[in-house]
Design a protein around this ligand. Structure first.
Ligand SMILES: NC(=O)c1ccc[n+]([C@@H]2O[C@H](COP(=O)([O-])OP(=O)(O)OC[C@H]3O[C@@H](n4cnc5c(N)ncnc54)[C@H](OP(=O)(O)O)[C@@H]3O)[C@@H](O)[C@H]2O)c1
Length: 214
């Protein structure tokens, strides 16, 4: 798959690197330094290059939106036409000092994003795990028991693409339903962040859901 990374920070850099190593063609874009994007592409040691958001979007089968909520409009403007594109968003709708969600209960960041790009096919994914755990999960991808990753969206084919990319990182994708379910997954992302960054044990934290059979 051709995967465009819109926002090459903690999440975008790691996920792009993993997808390049997993065999996808990756374009890293949107950082404050072109050198950083080029270094990421070199270090990924796969089929990766640096580009502009427009270049990342142009040929992409899937785009990862991984910017702070305050940068969403800017990166989308730079990306240009995303009609028909699968847009995986890990972006949480946080305030400027990252202490609270600015959208919730009656909507979600993912739904507000979908309103901004109504012809794209938005899937909310990777918003419930800390970046620090991603390489560990990738390293353990062949283990029998994989951590879960919840995702949601309204477009069936886009969700199939998302599930494949989630699986390639090493998670077991857990389809949690339509995009409005992001109203629940986004606060859950903050719970995971609380456990990762404010409680003992460190941020290399993932989760698994189990269905118990009687
Ligand atoms: N970090 C996590 O563990 C985590 C987990 C779940 C969800 N999320 C969500 O995922 C999203 C991304 O988080 P993140 O931690 O990856 O953020 P981040 O590390 O701050 O990365 C954001 C990217 O946007 C770029 N950027 C910011 N301002 C820019 C500007 N004016 N021009 C060009 N590029 C600019 C940054 O450039 P530089 O590279 O130059 O800084 C960076 O590459 C957020 O919405 C966050 O809430 C994060």
């Amino acid at each position: 798959m051709r995967v465009g990374i819109l926002g090459s920070g903690l999440m975008g850099a790691k996920l792009g690197t993993i997808w390049a190593r997993a065999g996808h063609e990756v374009v890293f874009s949107y950082a404050r330094s072109e050198q950083k994007l080029q270094k990421l592409a070199r270090d990924a040691k796969g089929n990766a290059r640096a580009g502009t958001p427009r270049e990342a979007a142009a040929e992409a089968d899937a785009l990862l939106l991984a910017v702070h909520w305050s940068r969403v409009d800017d990166v989308l403007a730079q990306a240009g036409d995303v009609a028909g594109k699968v847009v995986l968003s890990c972006s949480l709708p946080m305030n400027s000092d990252d202490t609270a969600l600015v959208v919730g209960q009656t909507s979600s960041g993912a739904e507000e994003l979908a309103k901004k790009i109504p012809t794209a096919r938005v899937v909310a994914a990777f918003n419930t795990v800390p970046s620090e755990v991603l390489f560990d999960v990738y390293a353990g991808r062949r283990k029998a028991s994989r951590p879960s990753l919840v995702y949601c969206g309204d477009d069936r084919r886009a969700k199939t693409t998302a599930a494949r990319l989630i699986r390639d990182v090493g998670f077991e994708p857990l389809d949690s339903g339509p995009l409005r379910i992001a109203r629940y997954t986004e606060p859950f992302g903050l719970l995971v962040a609380q456990l990762a960054y404010e409680r003992k044990g460190g941020p290399r934290l993932a989760y698994t859901f189990q269905r118990l059979k009687s």
